[in-house]
Ligand binder design. Sequence first.
Ligand code: ADP
Ligand code: ZN
Ligand code: ZN
Length: 709
Amino acid sequence: MFGPRVIQVEPLVSARGVRGPFDYARPDGCDVGAVVDVPFGRQRLRGVVTGLAEDSDHRLKAPTAVSDVSLPPELVRLALWMADDIVSTRARCLELLLPPEGVGERTRKWAEPVVPGDPADPADPWADVRLNANQRALLDRLPDWAGDDLPALRRLEGRGLVRIEERAHGRRPDHAQVGGLHGDGRTAPPLNPDQHLAVGRIAAVLADPDAPTRERRLLLHGVTGSGKTEVYLQAAQRVVDAGRTVLVLVPEIALTPQTVARFRRRLGETVAVLHSGLSKGERRDEWWRLRSGEARVCVGPMSTVFAPVSDLGLVIVDEEHDPAYKHDGDPRYDARRVAAWRATDAGAVLLVGSATPRPESWASLRRIGLPRRADGGEMPAVRLIDVRGTRGALHPEVHRALADARKAIVLLNRRGWATWMECADCGHTWECPNCDVSLVLHGGSSASGRTRGVLRCHHCGHQERPPGRCVTCTSVSVGQHGLGTEQLAEELPGHVYRLDADVRDRSSVLEAFGAADHGILVGTQMIAKGHDFPGVELGVVVDADATLRFPDFRSQERTFQLVAQLAGRAGRGAGAGEAPARVLVQTRSPEDPSLRFAARHDAHGFVVEEIERRRTLGYPPFSTIVRVVCEHPDEHRVQAAADALIVRMPQDTMGPVPLFRRQARFRRQLLVKATSRAATVAAVRDAVAAVVDDNAHRGVVLAIEVDPR
Ligand code: ADP
Ligand code: ZN
Ligand code: ZN
């Protein structure tokens, strides 16, 4: 055999204790990215080849199996980088990149005639063969046949007249989930002058292989409705035509079916879709279509950034401001950061788009602007309504506007019926037994009398029946407080469509509202995301202070985005000359800069001021934040671990700060804000490893999050 003799294998085990890679003898043709089964102690483990070596100090065993699945080498590099970057393990990062396990290729029986003699001979090849009429008809029909023909075919196979074999038969996600190939939008519309300029600038960078990285990272800052998707489509088309591949990230597939459908219609079968709503088999087959190069574009949510494509030419991140790009679970990666890494690694162009870009992107990317709506319509007029000293959920002016509007969108960022229950006599509140939070009433009703529905914890799923009387003082006056989307939906007039995390089929709600002639869409922040509905005359923010009060350095940014994005849903398709749509924002802080900039549609002004504020306070992008949360059911043990950790953490780490108890676990948070990302991440990794390895703190869970959202 030629080349290195040793493969370095990272076993796919979740324990942080097992740190590879381990050396094995290299089978023929086994390269970086191969998935292998290896003997490991007494077990057999699945692993990925992460490197090759000439020699090893160990006596080498050979893998017991080499899988058909293999990762492109750039994805192996990606996993190794990511594990370091976010302090996860290599195994967990590699696992993200592999196709779903436990589903084989789907096959189908395939039959074809074995023609006796010369098939080119025009004479009937079957003339000399004894066949009855049924057999003859069956042969003529091949390769099409019905399942109940199999016995007859088997008999013909026995006579050597037919060949039957198992062939791969790819599963394709059905069109309802990924968007059909037919309908409007198959051909590119003429671009308006702004779009034309934008595509031209992107094309120039795509065509210049020598452009340095900083010039290959582009921010498409287009106001809502400016036609960013059309720019993505035409840029993607160029890359596909040049024989390279494209990744297109969207925040959440159920909320952005239109974007996916538009890519499928324009670019056709070369578009693959990867998301968790597909069956395992469908995901596996889409994975293979990408891996084999049959599909050259992958559209989907954050995990699309791990699509197994080579020859990457363009990575698009739509609605880049959306916090959904930060993965909540382990590994806690940020798909936007991974997208940038992949683009740079491949020499591809990164194109992120938003009407409300993050300060991080504004400060570091080359900007391309789309300052006007594509349909020539005006931006809606946004009015801040000071609700200090008023009663009731909706201001009278909002009531009037809702009665006048044909179609409206109403945003309230609290799901459920009522967010807490409290005894009017003694002040007792109903809390989750496992978490230090109020239970939320779901399925309530406005009829007086016994409270209906169920009390539910939003953190652990605990449920109980709502109280008939107070458990402390037996009073029957138990009040419901904190209006939620369910209750608001019931109070609004006319036809109401509700959309929040409790609604199962979100795409259907969106579709129904989109198609409706009139009605109100009420829901949490997901109603403000990227949708393109014509004819929405009114947008309402019920409680703009909800995000503003949130104790986080991003609360200004979030508030601005929420209002600006909601405004972005209104007034689409109205066209030039028509009365502009309106947005009404209820707030108790009408002087707040984030609201004032949003009311003026001034993303530029907001982000410039926000960047200055962050610079002064030393927040990202001028620093990196690393957060460590310790968790354990025993409060003393979690405190002890946090105390042991803080002395090992970098100087000026803040904490340990108690967080509310969740899922019956006490929690302590340590936070460090530092200018040198790599050094800080490394220091935190070492500190955490020391505490994890210390038997005194066994069982305490330490979760590290770099750039928490
Ligand atoms: P954004 O993503 O910037 O909010 P969209 O891509 O949803 O905007 O486009 C807004 C609307 O404008 C869509 O209905 C789209 O079909 C339409 N549109 C975009 N570009 C053009 C164009 N060049 N000519 C006509 N209509 C366009
Ligand atoms: Zn009471
Ligand atoms: Zn709970």
